[in-house]
Design a protein around this ligand. Structure first.
Ligand SMILES: Nc1nc2c(c(=O)[nH]1)N[C@H]1C(S)=C(S)[C@@H](COP(=O)(O)O)O[C@H]1N2
Ligand SMILES: [Mo]
Length: 407
């Protein structure tokens, strides 16, 4: 083996190609290592690393009226595996990104508690910590897609969800420290940003699995994600996971803040509105191939995508390449974790004819992801949040992939 390599090395790469018969075997020999071009010697190791200069995907910002209120979408079309790099985690800010010195930051816990308390970041880090990989999703994810296909890429249609490893103290630990008074049913979580974001959280959920998170993917939470402290409410609409968390007030009633009255409620066809629609229901999307991509030629492709559910683990993902006429079970790539993005794949032989690609998620509770039409039939077109319908990508005979509605 070594001898053969050395022989090829002395013959030289260009010499080889012309002298030998140009069979597949010769064409696939690696180039002479000593003659490979473009291998620079980087000596700037150490410090805080960056990804390769050849990797260029970034979050994109959706146009908004003010600079303080913004949406920035995760480039899901380029995602690999289940984790979102922290630098590509989607962002939703109502009052810009707060700058908070962790050495001065305090979390106040008061209201219907036996003893009002305040905790510094150092205090919080002394409590036993918990780590969980979980997705977060803005209930506005897909907002533009109710009536007709609007945004062209999966980054636009589904990019307001990301998965990180979150580390922090269970909220129940801190509530037990302060001691809940009898009759305590809700709490208010308040952010330290210019928007002073506030949401009411039911006490049962707070005691069940909410996290006071300070860690994300092996380091401190990024400023965009709420540095130094955020509330994480697993499986519920992203809005409730208050960033830059500074205050928790316990009460016997919900607080009826702006974010649960004027915003984040779902107007129904009969003029009433659903309030406290917390749960992010099962959803999935094919990330490859997806909108704006081009399949160069017919042949083998591995369809790949992400599925998730706020109710628990993904149980099954089915994929259709004929617009929902027939479905095949995709392979789920483990670990399949509750309330976490799950990667799925399915091998596909494209015959070069027009095809409609769809994916459908079933979670461990048996809930099946509906069609967009079923959601519109039930909720009308006035509700903007919680669109978890089946996404369709059309592959044209030319190989061009585009966003379509298809039932
Ligand atoms: N303090 C504060 N918390 C907040 C927000 C905010 O603007 N301010 N936005 C909320 C919304 S609408 C969502 S979807 C998530 C987004 O979290 P991310 O920016 O870390 O993705 O944070 C929520 N928590
Ligand atoms: Mo959101």
């Amino acid at each position: 083996m070594l001898g053969a390599m050395a022989a090829i090395g002395t013959a030289g790469v260009s010499g080889m190609a012309s002298a030998a018969t140009p069979g597949a075997r010769e064409r696939n020999v690696p180039p002479d290592a000593t003659k490979v071009q473009g291998v620079g010697v980087a000596t700037d190791d150490g410090g805080y690393g960056l990804r390769s200069q050849f990797e260029t995907e970034v979050r994109t910002r959706y146009p908004t009226k003010t600079t303080e209120s913004s949406w920035s979408f995760t480039p899901l079309q380029d995602s690999i595996g289940m984790i979102t790099p922290s630098g590509l985690h989607y962002e939703r800010h109502h009052g810009g990104i707060a700058t908070i010195d962790p050495s001065k930051h305090m979390l106040y816990v008061h209201g219907m508690v036996k003893q009002a308390k305040k905790f510094s970041m150092a205090d919080l880090k002394r409590f036993p910590a918990l780590s969980r990989m979980m997705f977060l999703e803005c209930s506005g994810n897909g907002l533009t897609e109710w009536a007709k296909p609007t945004l062209k890429t999966v980054q636009g249609t589904h990019g307001l969800t990301s998965t990180s490893e979150w580390v922090g103290v269970p909220l129940s630990t801190i509530l037990n420290e302060a001691g809940l008074k009898p009759g305590a049913k809700w709490l208010l979580a308040e952010g330290g940003d210019a928007a002073v974001m506030t949401r009411s959280i039911p006490i049962e959920k707070a005691m069940k699995d909410c996290l006071l998170a300070y860690g994300q993917n092996g380091e401190a939470i990024r400023p965009e994600q709420g540095y130094p402290l955020r509330l994480f409410v697993p499986g519920y609409e992203g809005n409730m996971s208050i960033k830059w968390l500074r205050r928790i007030e316990v009460s016997d009633m919900p607080f009826m803040t702006r974010e649960e009255t004027s915003k984040y409620t779902d107007l129904m066809p009969d003029g009433t509105a659903l309030q406290f629609s917390f749960l992010m229901e099962a959803k999935s999307v094919i990330t490859y191939p997806s909108g704006e991509m081009l399949l160069q030629k017919p042949g083998f492709y591995e369809i790949s995508g992400l599925a998730w559910s706020g109710r628990g683990a993904v149980k099954r993902v089915e994929v259709s390449v004929d617009g929902g006429k027939s479905w095949r079970d995709a392979t789920l790539h483990g670990p399949v974790l509750p309330i976490c993005h799950t990667r799925f794949t399915l091998p596909w032989e494209w015959d070069g004819k027009e095809a409609i690609l769809q994916s459908r998620c079933t979670d461990e509770t048996g809930y099946v992801q509906p069609t967009i039409k079923a959601l519109v039939d039930e909720r009308g077109l006035s509700s903007v949040y919680h669109l978890n319908g089946i996404q369709s990508w059309k592959v044209a005979a030319s190989g061009e992939v585009s966003n379509v509605h298809h039932y």
